[in-house]
Design a protein around this ligand. Structure first.
Ligand SMILES: [Zn+2]
Length: 118
């Protein structure tokens, strides 16, 4: 089993995500569970945009704090899965590497590994 597992979450009117820009112009995707926007970003909040639809994705290690930044919003789960596969070269479902030692993709079928595809 892969250490980092793909994770997908949907933004809704209840689970509102934020795209926050700090004073340095860096932008951050902030999860609805974040206690405050200022805590979630590095610096003072300069601009915020509420996101109430779309799919966000990242890699996360169950039971550990390790995770990547959230990416999104994506219109569909399929585009979110493609983002995970393209960005990290891992299966969009189980997180196993899709790349072998030669940089080839022997186990890849449409963003997932052969095990998940079958
Ligand atoms: Zn897989």
């Amino acid at each position: 089993m892969a250490f980092m597992i793909p994770q997908y979450e949907e933004a809704t009117r209840v689970d509102v995500w934020h795209d926050v820009t700090n004073e340095s112009g860096e932008s951050f995707i902030v999860h609805p569970d974040a206690p405050t926007l200022a805590d979630a970003i590095d610096g003072d909040v300069c601009e915020t945009e509420e996101i109430t639809s779309g799919i966000f994705c990242r890699l996360s290690a169950p039971g550990y704090m390790d995770c990547t930044d959230w990416s999104g919003p994506h219109d569909t789960l399929e585009t979110a899965q493609k983002d995970i596969a393209d960005t990290f070269d891992v299966c969009a479902e189980c997180g196993e590497s899709l790349v072998d030692g030669d940089g080839e993709y022997p186990n890849c079928e449409a963003n997932v590994c052969k095990v998940c595809a079958s």
